[in-house]
Design a protein around this ligand. Structure first.
Ligand SMILES: Nc1ncnc2c1ncn2[C@@H]1O[C@H](COP(=O)(O)OP(=O)(O)OP(=O)(O)O)[C@@H](O)[C@H]1O
Ligand SMILES: [Zn+2]
Ligand SMILES: [Zn+2]
Length: 732
């Protein structure tokens, strides 16, 4: 008699999920990692299930027709994921058409991924626990120490101020015990001062009250609150209520390092009850936070996208702040939408899911309007501070007036005035897909990556050209690689260049450049923002990164250098993204007592997106954009799935793409199937990439067809690979 154990492994070559049967002499729980021999390798697998058999190994082998092997080692004492999360991994695999193993990988912190068995050393310390409070001890001195221990629960042994002899006596009398306790590396140790609490405004109170009245029912609430309307305070109050009732809170933000203010707000209010999960923590720190959650020592988890899988029990509230943010969509396997996962968990725990934003996604807002979500509004800023005045500046006029500089005349004057008054400025360089590249003035060629269809980007620090899609990099050439001409010109505007121009234009102004390059180190973001908060900088210059959640009361001017870039991206969300970015960044101005202004430089001042931003008019934007989406048949009127077909051989990719299209058309007669078309970056790392897009309203028919198709193409040894991306955000 043996146990037959189903083990899921990450097959080294196979893209598909495969579970293999192994034997064990004891029962192994689903969700535990085991080591197994696989071919000649020893690999780590993940137990899916275990069945008792009354037969012997030999009898089983006779039936099966092959030889079984035994599990080599059981790695975990208990399952890594609880029942809820194990089931969720299955749902996730189905929803995203991804291998289950990739879902498990996505759900666990790197140290615990099924395919690794790196052990992370857990740190322990000895602490003294009082196990019986009512012992009558022998001596006065003992009584004193005993009393001390009763008042100082779980004090570390090293901090015990009495003698060891005395302690031993207390242990002998079974009054206290010394135990090993895990100690955690706390990355936010310095931030634990408690802040004062504001009384809620009537608008805030209404929302808090209403959500509390339905706190034990699963539903989704969308809070549309303008920038600076105090959404954070609403989250904090609701969280406090939930943990007082002995439940837990999952608080998601787009990117932890870009939203330090939200993290701090939670840390200040709830101190050690909060765990922070994010990618910049050291692996030890991340592991500790994870263990604190598993050991049920935290009540609130704050984290970015992947924190949606935090192993919290008894969840009473799930919040997604800045719900419109595209980082909530995972862009690698499994390609899930965090909101969708939040709703699955909310349903399981019977708790509300709150989505908050000043610029809700069209998908969410339309659900709010239809009543699928409860829609709440915070239409005013706190303390009746007005939203900032916005001025659109027509850059075509500047050019007509022979001003070719990055700054319009008006913006230059405005920045100077702010600097003169000691007020601070935030400048946005909208840079998506637009960086500094090299063009030859003789032959007109642009220097491109030899492996990808993109230009190489110039990096001033080391004077190199780099590809942002692969690792390719070269020294900045002296002559043109095409015609050997010597007139190579840097084209485009990067933050480094703007920084230089600011420093020449505004003598003495201190510029803090906030972009991927200056925020690389672990606390990079926090350091620069702290500097700015301490007024050690006059101008904060950055890319999209500065648009999120910053709250500086001394900032009275926000300037957008080039509003148009994101309008021209070939993506149906281009208008929506531009509106969100401009409205969000404008919202950083005038959040204190002093009124704020905003200037937006554009070549399209009449464009409805810019007009709506100017008037802070979300609703008009929403209505106009919904009209466009309805006419063009795009979400939220339909769902999309993008099918990426990729391979090294261009002809094979081409043929397969056509085959797939024909197959889908036959199977899915009523659906709109577009393409195949070249992907935006057609060649990436020498891989050719085509896309097919399906518009659908009912996914029931679609899933089995797509599953069959991708299983067929993703077989071992096939020359193409197919990826299905539901609700795609990124068409690159
Ligand atoms: N009830 C209140 N009384 C006084 N001040 C408050 C209250 N609620 C919030 N505030 C303050 O108002 C400011 C704006 O709040 P918060 O940052 O939460 O806005 P928000 O809605 O999240 O804005 P954004 O979407 O722009 O990030 C903060 O400085 C906050 O401390
Ligand atoms: Zn040339
Ligand atoms: Zn490249």
């Amino acid at each position: 008699m043996v146990y037959i154990v189903q083990v899921l492994v990450e097959h080294p070559t196979h893209a598909l999920d495969t579970a293999f049967d192994y034997l064990a002499n004891e029962e192994i729980m689903g969700g535990v990692r085991v080591a197994i021999a696989f071919g000649y390798q020893r690999i780590i697998g993940y137990v899916l299930g275990c069945e008792y058999s009354s037969m012997t190994k030999e009898e089983l082998e006779k039936i099966a027709g092959f030889k079984y092997r035994y599990i080599s080692e059981i790695i975990d004492e208990r399952p890594l994921l609880n029942q809820e999360l194990q089931e969720l991994s299955l749902t996730l695999a189905k929803l995203t058409l991804s291998p289950r193993i990739s879902c498990l990988q996505a759900m666990l912190p790197p140290q615990l991924k099924p395919s690794t068995n790196k052990s992370v050393r857990i740190k322990y310390q000895k602490v003294i626990k009082v196990i019986n409070k009512n012992i009558v001890v022998n001596t006065v001195k003992q009584q004193e120490a005993y009393q001390f221990l009763k008042e100082h629960a779980d004090i570390p042994l090293k901090d015990f101020p009495y003698s060891r002899g005395l302690l031993n006596k207390l242990i002998e009398q079974k009054a206290v015990l010394v135990v090993d306790e895990e100690i955690y590396r706390d990355p936010y140790l310095d931030n634990q001062k408690k802040e004062h609490e504001f009384p809620l405004t009537p608008d805030q109170q209404k929302i808090v009250g209403s959500i509390i009245s339905k706190i034990n029912t699963y539903h989704t609430a969308l809070i549309h609150g303008v920038t600076g309307s105090g959404k954070t305070e609403v989250y904090l109050h609701l969280s406090k209520y939930v943990i007082k009732n002995n439940k837990t809170v999952l608080m998601l933000v787009p990117e932890i390092s870009l939203t330090p203010m939200m993290v701090n707000a939670f840390k200040h209010k709830f101190g050690k009850q909060v765990a922070i999960l994010h990618s910049k923590l050291s692996s030890g720190e991340r592991y500790d936070e994870y263990r604190r959650i598993i050991n049920e020592e935290v009540k609130i988890v704050v984290g970015a996208r992947s924190a949606i899988f935090a192993p919290l029990e008894k969840i009473g509230l799930i919040i997604l702040d800045e719900e419109h943010d595209s980082s909530y969509k995972q862009e690698t396997k499994p390609r899930y939408q965090t909101t969708q996962i939040a709703r699955i968990r909310g349903k399981y725990h019977n708790c509300p899911v709150i989505l908050g934003s000043a610029t809700p996604s069209l998908e969410s807002y339309s659900r709010g309007q239809k009543g699928v979500y409860d829609l709440y509004k915070l239409p005013k800023r706190i303390n009746q501070f007005p939203l900032p005045e916005i001025e659109l500046i027509d850059m075509a006029v500047e050019i007509r007036n022979k001003n070719y500089s990055l700054f319009s005349k008006a913006m230059k004057e405005k920045i100077q005035t702010c600097l003169d008054c000691g007020e601070q400025v935030i400048l946005l360089l909208n840079k998506r897909g637009y960086a500094t590249y090299v063009r030859c003035l003789d032959c007109g060629e642009v220097i491109k990556c030899p492996h990808c269809d993109v230009t190489l980007t110039y990096h001033k620090v080391d004077h190199k050209l780099r590809c942002h899609y692969c690792e390719h990099q070269i020294e900045m050439p002296k002559i043109c690689p095409h015609c050997s001409g010597e007139q190579l010109k840097l084209v485009g505007t990067g933050t480094q260049k703007v920084e230089e121009q600011l420093e020449t234009n505004f003598k003495g102004a201190k510029v803090i450049r906030y972009d991927v390059d200056t925020t690389k180190q672990k606390d990079g973001h926090q350091k620069l923002l702290d500097q700015f908060a301490r007024k050690e900088g006059n101008i904060l210059l950055g890319t999209q990164m500065i648009a999120k959640g910053l709250d500086f009361e001394n900032v009275t001017f926000v300037g957008v250098l080039n509003a148009d870039i994101s309008l021209n991206i070939p993506d149906f969300r281009a208008n929506e993204r531009t509106f969100q970015l401009l409205e969000q960044v404008s919202g950083r101005s005038g959040r204190g007592k002093k009124e704020g202004t905003v200037m937006i430089q554009t070549y399209n001042p009449e464009h409805f997106v810019l007009q709506c931003v100017k008037n802070h008019d979300y609703l008009s934007f929403y209505q106009e954009e919904m009209r466009t989406r309805r006419l063009a048949i795009y979400p939220p009127y339909v769902h999309l799935v993008s099918i990426l077909i990729q391979g090294k051989d261009e002809t094979v990719v081409d043929q397969c793409a056509l085959q797939i299209k024909a197959y889908l058309q036959k199977q899915l007669e009523d659906m709109v199937i577009l393409g195949p078309a070249n992907s935006l970056v057609y060649r990436m790392q020498d891989i050719y990439r085509k896309r097919i897009m399906i518009k659908f309203t009912n996914s029931k028919l679609l899933y089995p067809v797509l599953e069959k198709m991708s299983d067929f193409y993703n077989k071992k040894g096939n020359k193409v690979n197919v990826v299905c991306d539901f609700n795609p955000y990124n068409q690159i």
